[in-house]
Design a protein. Structure first.
Ligand code: VG1
Ligand code: CO
Length: 542
C-alpha cells in the first residue's frame, strides 16, 4: 500500500441536514464526493492517534464507502477503527460502541428511512465521543471545510477483509472487525427483564417484527428469537439487502402496510413492530390498534419504571417541538422535568449528558433513552415488551387507560413530498409574514393564542437554534406546526403537524383525522398549502 495526497476541489452542496449529509447514491459515488466530505470531517475533528467506530445500514455503496473511509482514516493518522463485520452497524449499535470503547467518535453510513439502491439515497454522518450526532456548530464547521478543501489523504491498496472478525492493519492503523450485534444485545439484556419477556413468549404471546429488509434483521433475530424465545419467523424481512428489497424502509402505516394489514386483520398477533433502514426508528402496533409515536413516548415515560434499567425513575423527558405534548402531561404527573427541542436527535445529547433527560422522543417514530445517544428502534420495542409482560394487559387496554388518566392528544402528521423548492419557500415565507398579526384571531372557531417560528436555547450550553418550525397555537391545547424536511434528497417536503387535546372522559376514541379536522382546515386557510403547492392532499399521513 502507498499513501497518497490527492488534489481536489470543493464540491457544492455538502451541507449536512437534520441527520448528516444525504444525497442520491450516484452523487455520493461521483468523483471525490465521498472523499471530500470525509476529509472535511477528519479535518474538523482531528485524527492523529484517535480511535473511531465505523459502520452502516448495509445499503448499496455501504461496503465500498467503508473501504474508502478506512484507508482515509489510516492516511490521516488514526490509531484504530472499530468496524462492524461486513461494515454493518445499526445506528444505535454504533452509538453504543462509540461509548463502550470510549472512542473519539464514529462515522455512520446511512440515509436512514430513505430508500436505498443505486438510484436511491446514501448518507454519511459523524457522531461525537458521547455517541450522539454532531451538533450544529460541528456540522457547520464540516460544511465550511468542504467549501475550501484542496486535498485529501488516502492509502491506496487492497481492501480489508471485513467479513473476518479480529484485527487487521492498514499501515500503522489497527482495524478491529467486531460482531455488530453482540455488545448491543448485551446492553439490551442489562436494561430489560428478559426472563419476564421470555415467560410471556412461552405463554403463547405472539409478535410480528418487520425489519423491512434493513439493518435490524440480525439484531431482532438474535434478541427476540434466540434470546427471548419468540417463535422462529417472528422477525420478517430479516435479511438486510442493499436496496431493502425495493421497500421504503420507513416504519409508518403507509410504508409498513403489510404489517398494519396483519395487525388490523382477524389473525393479528398480540404485538407488531417495525424499524427503519438504520434501526433507530420504531413503529409499534397492538392487535387492532395503531400507537402514534407521540403516544408511544408518553406511555413509555409513564411505565418505564417497570423495566429494571429504569426502576429508579426518570430524570426528565424530552421531546422535539412538533411531537405532541402527551409526554409533558406524564412528566407533570411524575413531577419530573420536560423539555421541548428542535427536530433531530442531536438536540437531545446535551440534556442526556447533563443527566437532565432520561427518555427522549420524536413524532417521527423515534424513541430512545440515555443508554445510547441515538434514538433506538429495538430498544423501544423491548421496553414495550417489558411493559406488556409486567402489566399483563393488551396494547389497546394500556392505551385506553393512559388516555383516561392523562387525556388524549390527538395527533397526525401530513407530508407533502417533492414540492418545487421555490413554491415551498414562498409558502413558508408568506406564513412567517403573517405570524405577528395572528394572536387573538379566530380561525375555524378556534382562537389563536400564540404564533411563532420556534427558536431553542440549549439549557446546557446556551447555543441558540432559530427557524425550527412555524407553530400556530390555539386556546385549549390545539395547534399546527409547519416545517420543511431536512432529510429529503428531492425538492422540498412539507411536514404539517397537527394536534388537538381532548381531556376526556368523553371523546377519547375518535378517528384522529376526524378529531383534527378543524385544525387541518385552519392550517389550510392560514398557510394556503393547496394554493401555493397545487396539492390538495398529503402523500403520507402518519
Ligand atoms: C426527519 C424527522 C426527524 C428525524 C430525522 C432523522 O427529519 O422528522 O424527527 O430526527 O428525520 O431520522 P426531517 O428534517 O426530514 O423532518 V432518521 O431515522 O431518518 O435518521
Ligand atoms: Co433512521
Amino acid at each position: 500500500m502507498t499513501e497518497r495526497i490527492h488534489p481536489t476541489q470543493p464540491i457544492a452542496g455538502q451541507k449536512p441536514g437534520t441527520s448528516g449529509l444525504r444525497k442520491k447514491t450516484p452523487v455520493f459515488m461521483g468523483p471525490h464526493y465521498l472523499e471530500n466530505f470525509v476529509q472535511s470531517i477528519f479535518d474538523v475533528v482531528g485524527t492523529a492517534g484517535k480511535t473511531f467506530v465505523l459502520g452502516g445500514d448495509g445499503r448499496y455503496f455501504n461496503d465500498r464507502a467503508a473501504q474508502v473511509i478506512l484507508r482515509m482514516a489510516a492516511a490521516n493518522g488514526a490509531a484504530r477503527v472499530i468496524v462492524g463485520q461486513g461494515a454493518i452497524l445499526s445506528t444505535p449499535a454504533a452509538s453504543h460502541l462509540i461509548r463502550l470503547n470510549k472512542t473519539d467518535g464514529g462515522i455512520i453510513l446511512s440515509a436512514s428511512h430513505n430508500p436505498g439502491g443505486p438510484h436511491e439515497d446514501f448518507g454519511v454522518k459523524f457522531n461525537m465521543p458521547n455517541g450522539g450526532p454532531a451538533p450544529e456548530a460541528v456540522t457547520e464547521a464540516m460544511y465550511r471545510r468542504t467549501t475550501e478543501i484542496t486535498e485529501y489523504r488516502i492509502w491506496e491498496g487492497q481492501d480489508i477483509d471485513l467479513s473476518r472478525l479480529g484485527r487487521q492493519e492498514i499501515g500503522a492503523m489497527a482495524v478491529d472487525v467486531v460482531d455488530p450485534v453482540a455488545d448491543y444485545a448485551a446492553l439490551m439484556e442489562s436494561l430489560f427483564d428478559f426472563p419476564a419477556i421470555r415467560a410471556m413468549f412461552q405463554g403463547g404471546f405472539a409478535m410480528r417484527m418487520d425489519s423491512m429488509c434493513a439493518v435490524t434483521g440480525p439484531y431482532a433475530v438474535e434478541i427476540l428469537e434466540n434470546r427471548l424465545g419468540a417463535a422462529k419467523g417472528t422477525v420478517v424481512n430479516a435479511t438486510p439487502l442493499p436496496d431493502f428489497g425495493g421497500m421504503h424502509p420507513d416504519p409508518n402505516p403507509t410504508w409498513a402496510k403489510a404489517l398494519m394489514d396483519e395487525m388490523m386483520g382477524p389473525e393479528a398477533p398480540d404485538f407488531g413492530a417495525a424499524s427503519d433502514g438504520d434501526g433507530d426508528r420504531n413503529m409499534v402496533v397492538g392487535r387492532g390498534i395503531y400507537v402514534s409515536p407521540s403516544d408511544s413516548l408518553a406511555v413509555l415515560a409513564a411505565n418505564a419504571h417497570l423495566a429494571p434499567g429504569y426502576a429508579q425513575g426518570l430524570a426528565g423527558v424530552a421531546r422535539s417541538m412538533p411531537t405532541s405534548a402527551a409526554a409533558d402531561r406524564v412528566a407533570a404527573a411524575l413531577g419530573i422535568a420536560h423539555f421541548e427541542t428542535p427536530t433531530g436527535w442531536k438536540f437531545f445529547g446535551n440534556l442526556m449528558d447533563a443527566g437532565r433527560a432520561t427518555l427522549c422522543g420524536e413524532e417521527s417514530f423515534g424513541t430512545g433513552s440515555d443508554h445510547v445517544r441515538e434514538k433506538d428502534g429495538l430498544w423501544a420495542v423491548l421496553l414495550w415488551l417489558n411493559i406488556l409482560a409486567a402489566r399483563r394487559q393488551s396494547v389497546a387496554t394500556i392505551l385506553a387507560e393512559h388516555w383516561a388518566r392523562f387525556g388524549r392528544n390527538y395527533y397526525s402528521r401530513h407530508d407533502f413530498e417533492a414540492i418545487p423548492v421555490e413554491k415551498a419557500d414562498s409558502m413558508m415565507a408568506a406564513l412567517r409574514g403573517q405570524l405577528a398579526a395572528l394572536p387573538g384571531r379566530t380561525v375555524e372557531g378556534m382562537q389563536i393564542e400564540a404564533a411563532d417560528d420556534f427558536a431553542y436555547t440549549d439549557p446546557v450550553d446556551g447555543s441558540v437554534s432559530t427557524g425550527q418550525g412555524v407553530r400556530v397555537i390555539f386556546a385549549g391545547g390545539s395547534r399546527f406546526v409547519m416545517r420543511l424536511s431536512g432529510t429529503g434528497t428531492e425538492g422540498a417536503t412539507l411536514r404539517l403537524y397537527l394536534e388537538r387535546y381532548a381531556p376526556g372522559p368523553e371523546g377519547l376514541t375518535l378517528d384522529p383525522q376526524e378529531a383534527l379536522a378543524p385544525v387541518i382546515r385552519a392550517a389550510e386557510s392560514l398557510a394556503r398549502i393547496s394554493g401555493f403547492t397545487g396539492r390538495d392532499r398529503p402523500d403520507v399521513v402518519t
